[in-house]
Each structure stands twice: as structure tokens, then as C-alpha cells.
Design a protein around this ligand. Sequence first.
Ligand SMILES: Nc1nc2c(ncn2[C@@H]2O[C@H](COP(=O)(O)OP(=O)(O)OP(=O)(O)O)[C@@H](O)[C@H]2O)c(=O)[nH]1
Ligand SMILES: [Mg+2]
Length: 314
Amino acid sequence: MFIDEAEVTIQGGDGGDGKVAFFINKKGPCGGNGGKGGDIYFFTSSNVGDLKKFVQLSVIKAENGRSGGANRRFGTNGKDLYLPVPINTSIIDNETDKEIILTDKLSSVLICRGGNGGLGNEAFKTSTNRTPRTASAGQKGKEKKISLVLRLIADFGLIGLPNAGKSSLLNKLTNANVKTADYPFTTLEPNLGVFNNRVLADIPGLINGASTGKGLGIKFLKHIEKVSLLLHCISVESTDVEKDYNTVIEEISKYNQNILLKKTVILLTKTDLISQAVMKEKTKILKKLNSIILPVSIHNRSSLEQLKKILNAI
Ligand SMILES: Nc1nc2c(ncn2[C@@H]2O[C@H](COP(=O)(O)OP(=O)(O)OP(=O)(O)O)[C@@H](O)[C@H]2O)c(=O)[nH]1
Ligand SMILES: [Mg+2]
């Protein structure tokens, strides 16, 4: 299953304790400091497709620093932990709500610090206390509860009601081969395909009430937040194309109004099922809602070529 959200507790490594020790002959203190606990970094990797790994692990901890030793031996530092996530993963601190998005520009970031090592007794030596029996304990590593949210990196996003023909278009335009079928909610998870080196995302259909969790809800809308073009699919089978359009727009606006500022093409889909006259009538209605309307059918090659032209021009 494709996992695009995860919650996890991360812990920096604990610092190692300082050591109490004395030179055998010379009597003076020689306890070394403890090593620093490992830090936790996140970095982006194109080899990681989703956040599955983080759902399986509820706590991730970096290595602890080692304790200091006698003869001024410092404890080894705990190894830093580098955790790979897909590009465009947001890391949200659940306590402060602070969010960092790991894009391809910000590729690695320190999220959780390990604790400092404690001081060995040599560090406590003063002119008045030449044989201190004190050492300090290593600091605990920081602990954070974080949410990871993956926002897929797509250039184009297919949206629309269930059964509008979104996945069929994805298959026709790209190398994808996803399931399409004559019933709503065939697509349960986002699908991606590549068209001329750019990524087209197909997300599950939205219905009235999606913003309150109806159908599959609006949780997949995060994946189209970054697209540069929306392809809003409306089937010619609809008896009220304007209503279909408004249903989808309303649900999106309840999630994030900024998505609606994106350049949009309305695709009037499955045009092979109706006459030219009916198609013109429906196109006219949609013209009032958006400047670009393109009638398409997966069985009409020239309509698909026109769509490709539009994508290439973005
Ligand atoms: N005649 C005709 N049928 C089409 C066309 N495009 C899609 N269909 C059919 O319409 C049905 C729904 O297509 P899908 O691509 O699964 O629709 P979807 O929008 O992805 O649906 P959900 O995943 O449920 O949201 C399938 O039976 C397709 O074969 C088209 O251009 N012409
Ligand atoms: Mg689909």
C-alpha cells in the first residue's frame, strides 16, 4: 500500500557519562568525557517512494555516545542517523507545528539533536580540589514527535468526480497502466505517470461531502498542491456538468483555496458517447466556468493530441 502520512517519535542519542578515574601513580584525576549522542537528519532520496518504513517504526533513536574511560579516554560519539524520505516530504513538529519541507533544493536537515557527553572528573579539577570524585552524566538526547506528510511531486493533476475518466486519461497519456472500471472509486490511491519527463498525478475522485470525509475524502488533495496545471475531468454522461464542476470546486475550496488559483483546463471526457450537438451544448455551459475547455475521448486520437499540446505548452 502507498503510505503518504506517518507519525513517529524520534530520539537523539544520549550523551555518554563522564568517568571518574585516577592515574595510578600520579594520583590526579584522569576520567574522560562521555561521547556525544548521535543527531537525526532527514534527507531526500529518489529511491524512496513513500513513507511505509515510518509506519512500521514507531520510535527511531540515534546511537548513544559511549561513556568516558580512564586515562583521559573520551567516549566515542554516537553515530548520526540519516533517514531517507521522498522528495517533497513535510516534517511537522507535533508540539510546535513547525513545518519543514524537504524539496530537492533543501535536501538534508537536522531534526533532532543528540545529548552532549558528560564531563569526566578531570574536568572538575580546581586549585582547591585536585582529586575530584565528581563526573557528570551524559545529557539525554532530544525527543520529538513528528508527522511526516508526503506531497507528491506532480506537474499536472487530474481531478474530478469518480468515474469521470481520470485514470483512463492517465493511461493514455503516460506509461502508467492503472485500473479503470465502470464504477466509482476504482482508484483508491494516487497514481503517477510520466508524460514527456513530467509527472501527471491521478487522484481518487471527489464527491459532495468529501471535505467531511465522504467517499475517500480529500486527503489526497495534498498531492496536487504543487502542480502547475489542473485537469478537471467532467464526463459527458453527466446530466448537469455545471453542478459536477461546482461539487469538485467546493470540496477543494474547503481544503485549500489556493489550489483554485491554479491554471485549469476543463476536460469534457468520453465525448465519443454523445453527438456533436450535445457536446457543443455542454461545452458552452462549461465555457462560463473556465476559459479553456477541451472535449476529449480516449477513443479519439486527435483530441488526445490536443491535450498533449496543452501539456507541452506549460
Ligand atoms: N466511451 C468511453 N469510456 C471511457 C472514456 N474514458 C473512460 N471511460 C470509461 O469510464 C469508466 C471510468 O473510467 P476511469 O478512468 O476508471 O474513471 P476515474 O475518473 O479514474 O474513476 P475513479 O477512479 O473511480 O475516480 C471506465 O469504464 C472507462 O473505460 C472515454 O473516453 N470514452
Ligand atoms: Mg481512477
